[in-house]
Design a protein around this ligand. Structure first.
Ligand SMILES: [Zn+2]
Length: 166
């Protein structure tokens, strides 16, 4: 082999991948962008050239769809501030945020941490809430791939049988 596995992985990481798993002879890489579930697998004994960067859309360190949800939230906060007739400085003062912080958040020069977003929304008379939504495929895969539990699970008869049969 021209390139060792370690060097190959280093080059793959340089292209935005990280190792998800090495199962028997198959190496699986996952895109390192948050919210991107793109994965690629190749045989460990024949890795070939290092993989090209992920071809899914990203924005900053996030999958584009993940960042879109954040953008929508910020846009709602901007609309709310304007409808209340407040300036960015007014909101900073009312929320005891550093001068210029709301301006940076609204322009996406800063990505807000959750406590800041909650404070920002509270200041404008809005509250952030969690509401039920469909599970993403990546979460469903994680549920399906978790180890079989020791206790019986009536909802998972197939796994139970696999577990019982040696
Ligand atoms: Zn990706």
């Amino acid at each position: 082999m021209v390139m060792g596995v370690k060097d190959w992985i280093k080059k793959a990481e340089g292209n935005g991948w990280r190792v998800h798993s090495a199962d028997k002879l198959v190496l699986t890489l996952q895109c390192c962008k948050q919210g991107c579930d793109n994965r690629i697998s190749m045989p460990l004994d024949n890795l070939g050239p290092e993989p090209e960067p992920c071809d899914q859309p990203h924005q900053f360190q996030y999958a584009a769809a993940t960042f879109q949800a954040y953008e929508n939230l910020v846009e709602q906060l901007i609309r709310r501030r304007r409808s209340l007739g407040l300036s960015q400085e007014d909101v900073c003062a009312a929320a005891a945020l550093a001068d210029g912080h709301v301006s940076k958040l609204e322009a996406f020069h800063r990505i807000g941490q959750l406590p800041t977003l909650q404070l920002w929304a509270d200041t404008l008379g809005l509250s952030l809430t969690l509401s039920p939504a469909p599970l993403p495929n990546a979460t469903i895969r994680a549920i399906e791939n978790r180890p079989a539990p020791l206790q019986d699970r009536t909802s998972k008869p197939r796994q139970k049988r696999l577990f019982d049969d040696p």
